[in-house]
Ligand binder design. Sequence first.
Ligand code: B12
Ligand code: SF4
Length: 426
Amino acid sequence: MKKNILLIQPENQKINSFRRKQFNNFVQITMPYLAGFIDEAKYKITLVDEYQQRIPYTRKFDLVAITVNTPNSGHCYKMAEKFQAAGAKVVMGGPHATLLPAEVSEHCDIIVIGEAEATWPQLLEDFYQGKYQTEYRSDAIPELTNLPLPRWDLLHRNPLMKGAVISTRGCPYNCSYCNLKQIYHNWFRTRPVSEVIHEISLMKSRFFVFWDDNFFADKAHAIEVMEQLRPLRKKWAAQVTLADCNNDELLEKASAAGCLYLFVGLESFSPAALRGVNKGMNRVDAYRDIIGKLHRHKIMIQAGIVFGFDEDTPDSFRQTLEGCEALGIDGVTVSLLTPLPRTPVYAQMKREQRLLHEDWSLYNGKTDVVFHPAGMTSEQLYEGYLDFRRRFYSLPSFIRRMRVSGTHPVYNFVMNLGYRLAIKRG
Ligand code: B12
Ligand code: SF4
C-alpha cells in the first residue's frame, strides 16, 4: 500500500510581507527537487510551498518532510508538533538541521544531516519498509550526475513565478559570515551541461534563475552552459562573485545567452570591512571598471549590500549610497550582518559576548539587529539600514543610477518600482 508523504517548503513569516510584494520572485527549488527522488509506486506525494499555499494540517500523512533554515526553525518546530500530534512522523533536513543537529532532532523523528542525494532515497526506502533510522548523515560527497527533475508539476504556482535550476554546488571562497562551508561538503562540483540544458528546456517560464552559489566559479563550465543555452532564447539571472565578472568573454557569452542581471555580493565599499570578513577578493578600486563592463554587455547588477561590519560607522550608509549611485548599481538586496550559527562571525561575536540573544527567528538579516555593532549602536545600524533602503529606491536615486547604467530601462524601472512598493508597504 502507498504511504502518504507531505513535503513542505516553509516560508519565512517575518520577512514574507517584504518578499511577497517584490516583482522579481523566483520559485524555491529544494522540495520540488527532493520530490523528484520519490517513487510514486510507493508514495502519494503532496508538495506545499508556503509562499503560495496553506499548510494542510487537517489531512493525514505518514511522513512529513520539512527543509529548515535558521530563521524559520521555530516556525518549522511548531508545524512538526501539529503533524506529530496527528500521528505523522516528521523528517527535517536543510541548513539548520545540518548546522545544529542536536537542537533540530529534538523537534523531529528523523534528521537528515548534510547533502541528501544518497541519504534521502535510503530513508524513503527504509521508511516504506517500516525500519527507518532516526539520523541519516551524508558521509560521501555526492556527484551531481543523473539528478532527477524537480517536480514542478506538483506545485501550485503563481503564473508570475519564474523558473529555477542548479548547475553547480558550492563556492571556492570562504567569506566568514557565510554558511556554505558548514552546510555542504567543502568541494565545488558541477552538473553535466547536457542535464542542465535539458532541465531548462522543459521550463514553461521564459524567465529563470540559476540558484547556484557562484555560477561563474568554474568558467569553462559556465561558458559551455551559456553556449548551449543561447538557442533556447530564455532570459535569466544568476548569483556570481564580482571578481569573476572581470572577464569580457564570460560576460559576452552571458549576454548572448539571455542574461538580464547578475546577483553580485559587493557587500561593502570599505576595503577594511571586506578584508575583515575574508572577502578581500572584492576590490573596491576595481568596482567601477567591472560594473562598467557588466553594463556595456547590457547586464544589470543586483548588488548584495550588508551593513553592520565592525568597520562600519554611521557614515557608511551615506558613503554606500553615493558609491552605488556613482556606479549606476541597478538594484540592491540590503541586509543586516547576521551571525549565522557555526560561521566564523558567529564564533567571534559569541567570544566577544556581543550577541543580543539567540532567538533564531530574528536571525533573518532583514527585520532585527541581533548583535552589538562595533562602530555604532544597534539602533543606529537599524535606522541607517532602513534609511538606506528608502533612499536607494527613491525616484531621484533611480534617475541618478539609470543615467550611469542605462541598462534595460523598462525592466530596470519595473524592478525598482517593485522594491519601492515593497519597502513602502512592508
Ligand atoms: C536559492 C537560495 C534562496 C532562494 C530560494 C531558496 C530555496 N531553497 O529554493 C531565496 C531567495 C528565496 C532565499 C531566501 C532566503 N535565504 Co537562501 N539561499 C539560497 C541558496 C543560494 C541555494 C539554496 C538552494 O536552492 N539550493 C539547491 C537545493 C537543491 O539544495 P539545498 O536546499 O541545499 O538542499 C540540499 C540539502 O541541504 C538537503 N536538504 C535540504 N532540505 C532538506 C529537507 C529534507 C527533509 C531532506 C531529507 C534534505 C534536505 O537536500 C538537498 C540535496 O542535497 C542557499 C545557499 C545554499 N547553497 O544552500 C541560500 C541559503 C539557504 N539561504 C539562506 C538565507 C539566510 C536565506 C534568507 C533567510 C535570506 C533573507 N534574509 O531573506 C531567506 C529565507 C527564505 C525562506 N523562505 O525562508 C542561508 C541559510 C543559512 C541558515 N543558517 O539557515 C543560505 C545557506 C545562504 C548562506 N550562504 O548562508 N534563498
Ligand atoms: S562568495 Fe558568496 S557563496 Fe561564496 S563564500 Fe562568499 S558569501 Fe558564500
